[in-house]
Write a protein that binds this ligand. Structure first.
Ligand SMILES: C[S@@+](CC[C@H](N)C(=O)[O-])C[C@H]1O[C@@H](n2cnc3c(N)ncnc32)[C@H](O)[C@@H]1O
Length: 217
């Protein structure tokens, strides 16, 4: 092999330039521009069917659910809640049922909603809905995104959509585990929503979460 080909061919295969680098760049641009990473419905179904989220019921996870529940009871005691991406209803189990008037949990997973439905009662409801398409019929005192905001490609657009379904002085409560993607999502939200309060949580095994109460501006 002669000339530049001798140098370039083994070390920089053309596929690196044509396939890998552009994709890396796209991924990087999406990361730093605060995009989420949606997964197909089938992925969520298998996660719930395979018991992947049973770990969320462990002691180490208690704190971030409790912070969200605490924010709701402190700020909107006796009010109504929309829990977007509620999974199998774990957050509802951490709430004091006597301290809310109405709870609606929606999730894209049939498996999760079937499980959550065992907790339904005359003021607690779980519906199988895609949060991207769901149109609430009422307004809520609090709308909660507990470890689900990063499941939408455009987290800011989702929050803006749902803020229209808040009652006057209603709040958005958002929790996200700490990682680089979520850092950029928070960064993107910072200019659009006032932060009423923020709590950082660190569990014994080193996992960290940020929970914020956001006021639509
Ligand atoms: C990490 S789990 C968190 C579940 C629950 N919020 C909790 O913390 O216990 C993310 C949840 O978002 C749900 N989800 C993902 N995309 C969704 C969508 N487009 N509409 C509604 N729910 C969605 C998943 O099915 C899953 O239950």
């Amino acid at each position: 092999m002669h000339g530049w080909k001798r140098f370039a061919a083994p070390r920089f295969p053309i596929t690196v330039f044509l396939v890998v680098l552009p994709n890396m760049n796209r991924g990087l641009i999406e990361l730093i521009s605060g995009r989420g990473k949606p997964k197909p419905k089938a992925v969520w179904e298998s996660k719930f069917s395979n018991g992947k989220y049973e770990c969320l019921k462990k002691l180490g996870e208690l704190a971030h659910y409790s912070v969200i529940a605490g924010y709701f009871h402190y700020l909107k005691n006796g009010g109504s809640i929309l829990d977007v991406g509620c999974g199998d209803g774990l957050l509802q189990s951490r709430l004091n049922i006597n301290r809310y008037s109405y709870y609606l949990g929606i999730d894209i997973s049939d498996t999760a909603i079937t499980r959550a439905s065992s907790k339904s009662n005359n003021k607690t409801f779980f519906f199988r809905e895609d949060a991207m398409k769901f149109v609430p019929k009422e307004r809520f005192d609090a709308i909660i995104f507990n470890e689900t905001l990063y499941c939408y490609y455009d987290p800011l657009a989702i929050l803006k959509k749902y803020q229209n379904y808040l009652k006057k002085d209603g709040v958005l409560i958002v929790s996200m585990i700490v990682n680089s993607r979520h850092y950029f999502i928070w960064k993107r939200l910072k200019n659009k929503f006032a932060t009423l309060d923020k709590t950082k949580i660190k569990s014994k095994n080193g996992l960290r979460w940020i929970c914020k109460v956001l006021n639509p501006s």
